[in-house]
Write a protein that binds this ligand. Sequence first.
Ligand code: CA
Length: 221
Amino acid sequence: MRILVVEDEPAIASSVASALSASGYQTRIATDGEEAWFLGDTEDFDLVVLDLGLPKMDGLAVLKRWRGAGRQMPVLILTARGAWPERVEGIDAGADDYLAKPFQIEELMARVRALIRRAAGHASPVLTAGALSIDTRQMRVSIDGTSVAVSPLEYRLVAYLLHHKGRVVSPGELIEHLYGDDDARDANALEAVVTRLRKKLGADVVETRRGFGYVIAAGPE
Ligand code: CA
């Protein structure tokens, strides 16, 4: 899962980004409205945390331009405490949720998890497919109820496929969503992660569709 954090106050931006990274999300920080608009318009994010008071272009204008261009990623806006007209305007402009500053990082994280789940059509923080389940609150993977130790990258891969279960996800899309901007990105490294996961979770949990990508089958509910 890849999250864009748009915030011009460095202390808030870095505390939000580090909490998100600690929970297994890839993050990218934008510190002004123009940079934010460009990144959100040209790259794929699973969620955006968007401060409204920004240099160069305000957050509301950024959001309106994204929605006007058909960009549909969930957006959580950060507003000043008590600024209810701003929140109303933000939600009307296409924000999915809001949080008033100052906020507790735990509340932000809970809202982020809920928005990502809902965007993928899941109401529960526990996602399942057959014997496989993950608890997105604890970043825990289990098979038949028994917890399996996985690396952060392996967790991100299973979580992404499970959020999109039943859909074949291309290697390019997975690489974009799993790796940070500085990490190596190549399809062979990805295949190696999938191979390790099959050893841990069972050979048939993640299927490879040759030439198309990877899928966790939806299976019977
Ligand atoms: Ca600000």
